[in-house]
Structure formats: structure tokens, C-alpha cells
Design a protein around this ligand. Structure first.
Ligand code: F3S
Length: 64
């Protein structure tokens, strides 16, 4: 599953990292460090939880 993060929307809440530090990386200021995250099969729920956790709605799941 491919996940994109709109770095312009990211406000540094770091909740994606709190939900799934295995896949979501943040910089020293708590902002998302990468605009693209690959979440493997079996871990989709972590991506879904991260989407729900971001108050800026910066995280989107790409179905393709
Ligand atoms: Fe940014 Fe949202 Fe994560 S604001 S650090 S993408 S929880």
C-alpha cells in the first residue's frame, strides 16, 4: 500500500509517527520526513490509523 503525505499540509503533529514509527518517519521538529511511505501487506491498518490520526488530513492512501 502506497501512502502519500502532503508536506505542505503537515504541521508537525507527529501523530503518524506515534501510530506507526515503523513506517512513518519524522524530522527533528516533528514534521513528516518523507512524502511517500510504502506500507506492506498485512500492515494496512497502521496506514489507515495514521490517516485518521493526522489532524491536518495530510496523509492519503493511494489505492493504485
Ligand atoms: Fe504531519 Fe500529520 Fe504526521 S501533521 S507529522 S503528517 S500526523
Amino acid at each position: 500500500m502506497h501512502v502519500t503525505i502532503d508536506l505542505d499540509k503537515c504541521a508537525g503533529h507527529a501523530r503518524c509517527y506515534a501510530v506507526s514509527p515503523e513506517y512513518f518517519d519524522i524530522d527533528d521538529d516533528g514534521y513528516a520526513a518523507s512524502a511517500h511511505v510504502e506500507v506492506p501487506e498485512g500492515a494496512e491498518q497502521l496506514a489507515i490509523d495514521a490517516v485518521a490520526a493526522c489532524p491536518e488530513r495530510a496523509i492519503q492512501i493511494c489505492e493504485a
